[in-house]
Design a protein around this ligand. Structure first.
Ligand code: ZN
Length: 313
């Protein structure tokens, strides 16, 4: 495993992608979650999204949440926006990092924001100019990068075209989102390899959902190609709107647990993160899918049952 990166930079997306796919929780619970996460050592947190409250009521209090948290200087907080209007709200609220999202699948993009992928890319060009005009950074997230719930597989050529337009317009990085959990390690290797060949100088972040159980395998495939930026959600918060009952994002503590044991540093305190995951589970009121939350770190020891003591001869 010596060819793996020495360290990765995890972006915690539980407060946004996770909570967006859960029943709404009170503002105070969101603030508590964000503050708990801020003290785990994680350096990037996607805190909120600025979307139409009628479309996503879970994020209706974005401004309030953002204004209420005690921000930690070592954490870079970001907001996700679907369009220029959302970007204006995020920038007005004081975010210096935003993520604009566009779907590689035209059908998915129309279902989400009622416009074609090309129209969204035009809007994102204006959004990038607005962000850069006040010194903010903007990553462009290409969602449904490994498949669409309506169109099925999305061709690599198409994903690269969408990403390429964003890069040409000045995106400060690209993230590929496996919105529907359709990625497998071979598909990760193919898309990341093609992206790297086409855009060797553009920062790449990856966002996997564990819908079909291949989330961490996908991470390992990407690590072997030198990718160092990954999204994950505490406890595996969230879900998949196209597969009721399915898992959400890869769980942050499972990601940290796996890579740290392979010698890849994250800067995140695993026991502290597990504690936050347990609190997140209580906040949403149902069991979260994270296996590491259930089992704890691999070095956790159990007390020897009394019936076995002294029977070692
Ligand atoms: Zn997602």
């Amino acid at each position: 495993m010596s060819e793996l990166p020495a360290a990765i930079d995890v972006r915690e997306v539980g407060p946004r992608d996770g909570l967006q796919n859960e029943a709404p929780i009170p503002t105070e619970a969101k603030v508590e979650l964000l503050e708990g996460l801020s003290d785990t050592g994680v350096r990037r947190i996607e805190a909120v999204s600025f979307v139409r409250p009628s479309a996503i009521p879970q994020m209706a209090d974005a401004e309030q949440v953002w204004a209420s948290i005690r921000r930690r200087p070592h954490v870079s907080y970001s907001a996700l926006v679907p369009n220029l209007r959302g970007a204006s709200r995020a920038l007005a609220a004081g975010f210096a990092e935003i993520e604009a999202v566009v779907s590689a699948s035209d059908t998915h993009n129309r279902a989400n924001v009622n416009r074609s992928t090309a129209q969204s890319l035009d809007d994102i060009a204006a959004l990038l100019a607005a962000a850069h005009g006040i010194g903010a950074h903007c990553q462009v997230i290409v969602s449904t990068a490994w498949g669409c719930p309506y169109e099925g597989d999305v061709a690599i050529r198409r994903v690269l075209d969408v990403a390429g337009r964003a890069v040409a317009d000045g995106a400060d990085g690209v993230s590929f989102g496996d919105t529907t959990g359709m990625a497998t390690p071979g598909r990760v290797t193919a898309l990341v390899g093609a992206f790297r060949a086409a855009f060797p100088d553009t920062a790449l972040n990856l966002h996997f959902h564990n819908t079909r159980g291949t989330g961490l395998a996908n991470v390992l495939a990407a690590l072997q190609l030198g990718v160092t930026d990954f999204d994950a959600s505490v406890g595996g918060l969230g879900g998949c709107p196209y597969a009721p009952g399915a898992s959400g994002n890869i769980a942050t503590e499972e990601l940290v647990y796996m890579v740290e044991d392979m010698g890849v540093r994250t800067g995140i305190d695993l026991p502290a993160l597990i504690e936050v995951a347990a609190r997140a589970e209580r906040a949403v009121g149902h069991q979260l899918p994270s296996q590491v939350l259930r089992a704890g770190p691999r070095t956790r020891r159990s007390p020897l049952p009394a019936s076995l003591r002294g029977n070692r001869s």
